[in-house]
Design a protein around this ligand. Structure first.
Ligand code: NAD
Length: 444
């Protein structure tokens, strides 16, 4: 473990800035109890609901639900205090019938094969839903980056790249950031991969713009979430400018979503991070909350707002609730207490299947993750395209193309949901599964 004199870092990003932040003053703060979420079971149940509705052939179902390849690697890292720590890394390639495997890398203490497997499948459905020519993959390392120095984190990242090198490739498998990984981590991967294969910026997306990253990528998931929130509010008769919003999680996705909704005139009354939340019924000044986070490391203690717990934030009486932190935030224990009219799943799998059933019975609509947060992978696709063509799009062009893709996906999901009287999640899976199933039928 790091010593008290060592720099401890978190690779979080805060609105546009790639920061590796000194968290040494926070190392001993208590965090909410870890709750383990079975991502694989969640994704599997969601898959099954749509497959049953579509009466998908059993052999196609078998192919679609089975990952193509699962890799577990050991990564020894000499830590700053001299001891050797052994980390476990994962890469699951779920499906590539529509294009190369594509998916993020997560650094978190709860990462395991089951989680990565579920998240990899989610990527297959997400890329199909927004109709980009990628399949689905996910990776990660079981580690706590908030307790690692910058050097330890870099060694770990380079070690992971060497160990999974044999299954990466510009037309095979392209990595990206996810929880606790950012543009800096992607730069290290690109650099390590390049030592063996030569200059290959398209091997990762979400890179620093200076190294071939796309303008607009940093905000893309939040921008996509804003677009879907805007459209869903319109469809459900919620006037964005007269409604209240609560957002759990104020990292890349949560903070950009908050900022862009705030710009549209939405009243965001509560936001939170891992340390807890803040609530102001008059509406929070989001740019100032971003400044406060940058200077203190948390949204807590924001002047004029009341501190609330993450649990309290989720059950606030608001019009729209946006979980943008980790999976499983809304489960069978708190689903009855949710007061929002609409839930926008910005995080991956924040609503468990049991909670989904409860919310449906209570008339609370849920807009699913594979639609809401697909903006990130969509602009990752634009980044890959720009790298392959060795050109750079300007930011308005990136944002306009993103808007087009997100809008098309929303309209299709909403139409199928209305016509076939399906929850939005099942409708989204129907669109995605049909695309992957059709490509599979054409190949086998
Ligand atoms: P991030 O690490 O930048 O931010 C995570 C945020 O959640 C931070 O504010 C953190 O303090 C907070 N948090 C962590 N644990 C928490 C807890 N137990 N309770 C409350 N808050 C907690 O991560 P991110 O990139 O913003 O990703 C958030 C979610 O969105 C994840 O589910 C991720 O898989 C998903 N997602 C991200 C992207 C992307 O482009 N970054 C794309 C698609 C999906």
């Amino acid at each position: 473990m790091p010593t008290s004199t060592q720099q401890k870092v978190s690779p979080s990003t805060v609105n546009g800035q790639v920061v590796v932040k000194d968290l040494s003053h926070k190392a001993h703060e208590t965090k909410p109890p870890a709750h383990h979420v079975n991502f694989n079971r969640i994704t599997d149940e969601q898959f099954q609901a749509a497959a049953d509705h579509m009466k998908l052939e059993p052999d196609i179902q078998m192919l679609l639900r089975t990952p193509y390849r699962e890799l577990i690697v050991q990564i020894p890292v000499r830590m700053d205090d001299g001891h050797l720590e052994l980390f476990h890394g994962y890469r699951v390639q779920h499906n590539a019938v529509r294009g190369p495997y594509k998916g993020g890398l997560r650094f978190h203490p709860e990462v395991d094969l089951n989680e990565v497997r579920g998240l990899a499948a989610l990527m297959t459905w997400k890329t199909a839903l927004v109709d980009i020519p990628f399949g689905g993959a996910k990776g990660g390392v079981t580690c706590d980056p908030t307790r690692m120095s910058r050097r330890e984190l870099q060694t770990l990242t380079r070690g992971l790249t060497q160990k999974i090198d044999m299954c990466l490739g510009v037309y095979r498998d392209i990595a990206a950031p996810d929880v606790n990984t950012n543009a800096q981590v992607m730069a290290w991967i690109m650099d390590e991969y390049g030592k063996k294969h030569g200059y290959t910026p398209a091997i990762v997306t979400g890179k620093p713009v200076n190294l071939g990253g796309s303008l607009g990528r940093e905000a893309a998931t939040g921008r996509g979430t804003m677009i879907i929130t805007r459209e869903a509010c319109r469809a459900f008769g919620i006037d964005l400018k007269k409604s209240t919003f609560a957002i759990q999680g104020f990292g890349n996705v949560g903070s950009w979503t908050a900022r862009l909704l705030h710009e549209l005139g939405a009243k965001i009354v509560a936001v939170s991070d891992v340390h807890g939340g803040i609530h102001d019924p008059r509406g929070l000044d989001i740019p100032r909350v971003c400044e406060h986070l940058k200077s203190t490391g948390s949204v807590r203690g924001f002047p004029g707002a009341k501190d609330v717990s993450n649990a309290e934030l989720l059950t606030l009486k608001v019009d729209v609730l946006i979980p943008a932190a980790l999976g499983g935030a809304i489960d069978h224990q708190n689903a009855e207490a949710i007061e929002a009219r609409l839930i926008i799943e910005a995080a991956n799998s924040p609503v468990t299947p049991k909670a989904d059933t409860t919310l449906r019975r209570r008339g609370i609509a849920v807009v699913p993750d594979i639609l809401v947060n697909a903006g990130g992978v969509t602009v990752s696709y634009f980044e890959w395209v720009q790298n392959l063509q060795q050109i750079r799009w300007d930011e308005p062009h990136v944002n306009a193309e993103l808007e087009k893709r997100m809008l098309a996906a929303w309209q299709q999901v909403h139409r199928i949901s209305t016509e076939q009287k399906l929850p939005l999640r099942v409708a989204a899976y129907v669109v995605a599964l049909e695309r992957v199933a059709e490509a599979t039928r054409q190949r086998v």
